[in-house]
Design a binder for this molecule. Structure first.
Ligand code: NAD
Ligand code: MG
Length: 297
């Protein structure tokens, strides 16, 4: 069958627009999307690039985080998964896939907006895995608003807490445990460079993540800990179908890219594997754009 290693035309590798208009409440579930995203379940092969590594991945139940968790396990890592309790159905599938890869999966649901959860997440991850050497912040909140006057203080707060504060709290708690050689990977967006008019709060968190990561990379480089970022373009995930986009924009989601289609979560896995692995030993403070060709600096 066709997988990520089959030579082929990337414009036709996955579904092209249009998608069905659809909407979900809350964080949304991958298993309720039409079409269901590809997280690499059938397409990602591991080659031992993360043998014996101990990884913490937030937002690991669905979308990009799920693709990362599956790939990491198939590359030989044990994985702690963070997600919201209402996403248990998606998370159960990821746990089963990690275990099928012969690796340990530790599910620790909770709310990233809560500093106490972020701190205990790291403590429990260290305990369960016997250490930690990869920290991947993928969890994030994106809710569109037509006007700035529609953004409540509560939404602004939640977007910043989920996207920026949780990253800060998790890395701060993890640092005392990370040996030289460890990787920290944060998740920005093309929105940091080409913000949509409806995503003022979200887009600004993504540029904060970029700059936070570049500063921290300067600080941690001398300790042998590498900090890098992945900046995805439009990717077919629950985030987008659960209020990330106005529902009437969904059918054409991704059509504006040079490849003419949305990315699938599985197409983000390899960049996160690369940045975690020793292969990227001289890559520090970099933002790797995976946008289907949408230009970034
Ligand atoms: P997704 O909905 O599958 O993943 C986001 C995850 O964040 C959820 O599964 C959930 O587990 C987690 N999350 C959200 N709020 C939380 C909270 N309060 N507590 C705990 N967990 C919480 O969608 P995705 O698109 O894979 O998003 C992953 C990351 O990719 C996000 O940081 C997002 O900003 C970024 N991103 C996505 C796109 C895209 O087009 N999908 C583009 C650029 C960047
Ligand atoms: Mg989810």
């Amino acid at each position: 069958m066709s997988d990520q290693y089959t030579f082929q035309d990337p414009t036709t590798q996955y579904a092209q627009p249009t998608f069905e208009e659809q909407t979900q409440d809350g964080p949304g579930l991958a298993l309720k999307m039409d079409p269901e995203p590809d997280h690499g379940e059938q397409t990602y092969r591991g080659t031992g690039r993360l043998e014996g590594r101990k990884a913490l991945v937030t937002g690991a139940d669905s979308g990009i985080g799920r693709a990362v968790a599956i790939a990491y396990a198939r590359e030989g890592a044990d994985v702690v998964l963070s997600y919201l309790p209402e996403e248990q159905a998606d998370a159960d599938e990821v746990v089963a896939l990690i275990e099928a890869a012969g690796r340990k999966a530790v599910a620790l649901p909770g709310d990233l907006v809560d500093e106490a959860y972020c701190t205990s997440l790291v403590a429990q991850a260290v305990e369960a895995l016997g250490g930690l050497d990869v920290v991947v912040n993928v969890g994030g909140k994106q809710q569109f608003a037509e006007s700035l006057t529609d953004i409540t203080t509560e939404q602004f707060d939640e977007t910043y807490k989920t996207n920026v504060y949780a990253m800060f709290w998790i890395i701060k708690a993890a640092l005392p445990h990370l040996p030289a050689g460890s990787s920290i990977i944060n998740t920005s967006s093309v929105q940091a460079y080409s913000p949509s008019p409806t995503l003022v709060d979200y887009a600004s968190t993504k540029s904060a993540i970029n700059t936070f990561s570049k500063a921290l990379a300067q600080q941690l480089g001398p300790k042998g800990i590498r900090v890098n970022v992945v900046a995805p373009g439009p990717v077919w995930t629950p985030l987008q179908t659960a209020g990330g986009q106005p529902p009437d924009k969904l059918p054409e989601f991704g059509a504006q890219t040079p490849l003419g289609r949305a990315g699938q979560p599985a197409e983000l896995a390899a960049p996160y594997v690369f940045l975690a692995s020793q292969e990227s030993s001289y890559v520090v403070g970099e933002t790797l754009s995976v946008t289907g060709g949408m230009p970034t600096p």
